[in-house]
Design a protein around this ligand. Structure first.
Ligand SMILES: Cc1cc2nc3c(=O)[nH]c(=O)nc-3n(C[C@H](O)[C@H](O)[C@H](O)COP(=O)(O)OP(=O)(O)OC[C@H]3O[C@@H](n4cnc5c(N)ncnc54)[C@H](O)[C@@H]3O)c2cc1C
Length: 399
């Protein structure tokens, strides 16, 4: 049965997210975007207060199972929320999405690890101060797209995990792109256990912030400036035995693809929300701005641009809802479907935010409006988690 009606609960949480996005996230994100020093952003009370309020509303634990303290929301309902939050500010929304990566991984893929669930998942869900933030580190200075290169035995993570008396010793560094890398207290780390198996020789480790774990400076970048990205490095970091939550081996592609599937859908919703916000702002401007004796929305060159953005938004949302629905119905989801949704949504966000800037003419490039920010933010989404080229290659291989 095809049905686009939302349930009362879905409408309620979507509207709560929309209000929070409009009243709290958007003004905070605009202010954070304009701070010159990226490290100041994440020390600022405005960033901490926004995250704290988001946690108090439960947006950090939407994907975690109810029996572990989370909201246990299905992927379509979560998507409704992510679209709204990203319409307020894609940087804050991206940080919130990434914040739950380690607890969500444990809750969904390792529910039998009851000790770890009690130690990390439940405290994360009970957190109302945004003190617990997680991050995942696969990419490294020399391993970018190669994180998905399952076939070349010469390619492996340079971060290593070596068995020691009480567990594992981690050594190495993850790239300066790690989302929440500089503010997290818990990391999901891909580290090489057996280099002869190439990238599949990596296991997945839960690494709490502590001795031997160093967080780098916040990356200075063109967009998503409210999303912390920073290197995290390991200097003989000692990890208990049970914190190796996935050993190396042939199942690596399955686990990596499952993470990418969820990641693709999340990145897609960030693009959708951001593009919708740009479109709404441009549409409202075009109805007000008069040139050649009429509102510019009545000039066909402008209205065609707006209609094309409207089509892109509707199409992206349709693809994302389908990918989310498949994820909700199949457990690990469908990588091909999620890649199609993500690549389309992010490419549309990039293409049409440029067009929305054009609708504002000179004002489009002025910081008096937020159009130029959406355009800068959109660029990062074509690269986030994996580039659109790599997701296209992976999707195409599955046809
Ligand atoms: C906003 C954002 C958030 C991120 N968050 C995280 C995170 O939380 N954790 C984490 O580990 N990493 C994260 N990353 C890093 C991200 O995963 C990498 O940037 C991405 O995988 C690409 O790696 P790279 O930047 O090293 O580019 P490279 O792999 O060096 O690629 C450079 C260019 O070559 C192209 N290319 C590479 N190989 C091929 C090929 N086989 N065929 C065709 N073209 C190819 C790429 O598409 C790209 O255009 C994030 C990045 C961004 C932008």
């Amino acid at each position: 049965m095809i049905d686009f009606d939302l349930t009362e609960d879905q409408v309620a949480i979507r509207d709560m997210a929309a209000r929070f996005a409009r009243e709290v996230v958007r003004p905070a994100e605009i202010e954070l975007d304009r701070m010159a020093d990226p490290d100041e952003v994440f020390k600022s009370t405005i960033f901490r207060d926004t995250m704290r309020l988001a946690y108090q509303l439960g947006f950090h634990k939407m994907g975690i199972k109810e029996e572990h303290g989370g909201l246990g929301l299905d992927p379509v309902t979560r998507g409704l929320v992510w679209e709204e939050l990203a319409a307020g500010g894609a940087g804050i929304a991206a940080g919130l999405l990434a914040a739950s990566v380690a607890p969500a991984f444990l809750s969904v893929l390792a529910p039998h690890q009851t000790g770890l669930i009690e130690a990390y998942v439940r405290p994360f869900c009970e957190d109302t101060e945004a003190q617990h933030i997680s991050a995942w580190g696969s990419s490294e200075p020399n391993i970018g797209s190669d994180g998905s290169n399952y076939h070349d035995p010469c390619v492996h993570h340079e971060t290593t995990a070596v068995q020691s008396a009480n567990g594992y010793t981690l050594q190495g560094a993850k790239s300066s792109f790690v989302s929440n890398g500089g503010i997290a207290d818990l990391y999901l780390v891909f580290a090489c256990m057996d280099s002869s198996k190439g990238i599949c020789g990596s296991g997945v480790f839960l690494v709490p912030l502590g001795e031997g774990v160093t967080r780098g400076k916040a990356l200075d970048k063109i967009g998503l400036r409210a999303l912390n990205q920073a290197e995290v490095s390991f200097e003989a970091a000692q990890i208990p035995e049970d914190h190796m939550i996935m050993p190396s081996g042939d199942h690596y592609p399955m686990i990596h693809n499952a993470i990418k599937t969820v990641g693709n859908i999340g990145v897609g919703y960030l693009a959708l929300g951001l593009l919708r916000a740009a479109y709404e702002e441009a549409l409202s401007y075009a109805k007000e701005r008069v040139q050649f004796g009429k509102p510019i929305v009545q000039h066909q060159a402008m209205s065609f641009r707006l209609f094309e953005a409207f089509q892109a938004i509707e199409a992206a949302r349709g693809l994302l809802w389908k990918a989310s629905w498949v994820l909700g119905n199949t457990g690990l989801g469908d990588l091909k479907m999620s890649a199609a949704a993500r690549v389309f949504a992010t490419n549309m966000a990039m293409k049409h935010t440029v067009e929305m800037v054009q609708i504002l003419g000179g004002y489009g490039i002025s910081k008096e409006y937020t159009l130029e920010k959406y355009m800068r933010d959109a660029k990062l989404l074509q690269i986030m988690d994996a580039t659109n080229e790599i997701m296209t290659i992976k999707g195409a291989a599955l046809l």
